[in-house]
Write a protein that binds this ligand. Structure first.
Ligand code: ADP
Ligand code: MG
Length: 292
């Protein structure tokens, strides 16, 4: 493209909340055939709500919620916010936490009073050697509804199952349709479980799912598609996503996400939803069509 057409596209993009870092980002976007999107916060609102508490036998529901909410107060994960809000809604008082630890892509644990409390996914329970066998069927039933299931443990023993739902953004179905019309294959990538991810993907008509992806493996998934000959754009919002954004031919950062993500991206969307990707793609295509 000519410097002039690039300048025009850059300006027009900015007016629509699509910030291209340089000419290359505009030019390569046209060649993209595969778009990888993060589930949480990109397809969904990113504001999950607590929808189910299933305490283990001999465990009190409010005691369980109080303990895990105390723990989650120290975490910045969107799931943590759902738990803390859920406790607030029930006027449950929170306690002091010591020895707090957060394991990226797994969950949190620490001491609440005299008790060791943990909340997170299956991997966290494996790491902490907690047997959650009795909760597995109930967890799978939650996931089949598109919910995220988390396991809670007290002093190394299963204490219950927590279900959280993150609504799909109103704008997502129409954006997916438009992206398909642009000829893009859409791949969802998430640290969430296979069953939850598949339920959401089915609802949205998403073509492929990478679930249970640890944050450090996201860039490898991008590489995997590239090795199959794909030209990949990757949209994400977290610090975790930065290496994957850098690996993709076009990294797309959500302006609502972290600075680190934006620094690694060729495109930043001021509003963090898929509409911006549709606009960026159309703009990139129009820019180059003009000069050929
Ligand atoms: P995503 O990419 O979907 O945002 P993450 O990699 O951040 O997912 O997290 C993967 C999984 O790890 C979550 O679905 C959840 O089960 C667990 N997890 C991560 N952080 C927390 C937390 N603060 N509290 C409870 N569970 C967590
Ligand atoms: Mg995330």
């Amino acid at each position: 493209a000519t410097p002039m057409s690039i300048m025009v596209a850059t300006g027009r993009g900015a007016g629509m909340g699509v910030l291209f870092r340089d000419a290359e980002a505009i030019e390569v976007f046209r060649e993209v055939d595969t778009l990888i999107v993060d589930k949480t916060g990109t397809l969904t609102e990113g504001r999950p709500r607590l929808v189910a508490i299933e305490p283990a036998e001999d465990t009190d529901e409010n005691d369980l919620l109080g303990a895990i909410a105390s723990l989650e107060r120290a975490s910045e994960h969107p799931l943590a916010e759902a738990i803390v809000e859920g406790a607030k809604d029930r006027d449950i008082e929170l306690s002091e936490v010591s020895d707090f630890d957060s394991i990226t892509g797994q969950g949190v644990h620490g001491k609440v009073g005299e008790r060791r409390v943990a909340l997170g996914n299956r991997k966290l329970m494996e790491t902490l050697e907690v047997d959650v066998g009795a909760l597995l069927d109930a967890a799978e039933a939650m996931r089949a509804k598109g919910r995220t299931a988390m396991f809670a443990a007290f002093d190394g023993r299963a204490a219950g199952l927590i279900g959280v739902a993150d609504p799909i953004k109103d704008s997502t179905p129409e954006a997916i349709r438009a992206l398909h019309e642009e000829g893009l294959e859409i791949v969802m990538m998430t640290g969430d479980s296979e069953t939850t991810a598949a339920a959401v993907a089915r609802e949205l008509g998403i073509d492929q799912v990478f679930a249970d992806v640890a944050p450090r493996d996201k860039a490898d998934k991008v590489k995997e598609l590239q090795q199959r000959g794909r030209t990949v754009a990757m949209a994400g919002d977290g610090i975790n996503d930065a290496p994957a954004l850098a690996q993709a031919q076009v990294g797309i950062a959500m302006g609502t996400g972290t600075d680190v993500a934006m620094e690694s991206a060729g495109v930043t969307l001021v509003k963090g939803n898929l509409d911006g990707i549709v606009r960026a793609r159309r703009l990139s295509r129009a820019t180059l069509a003009n000069i050929r």
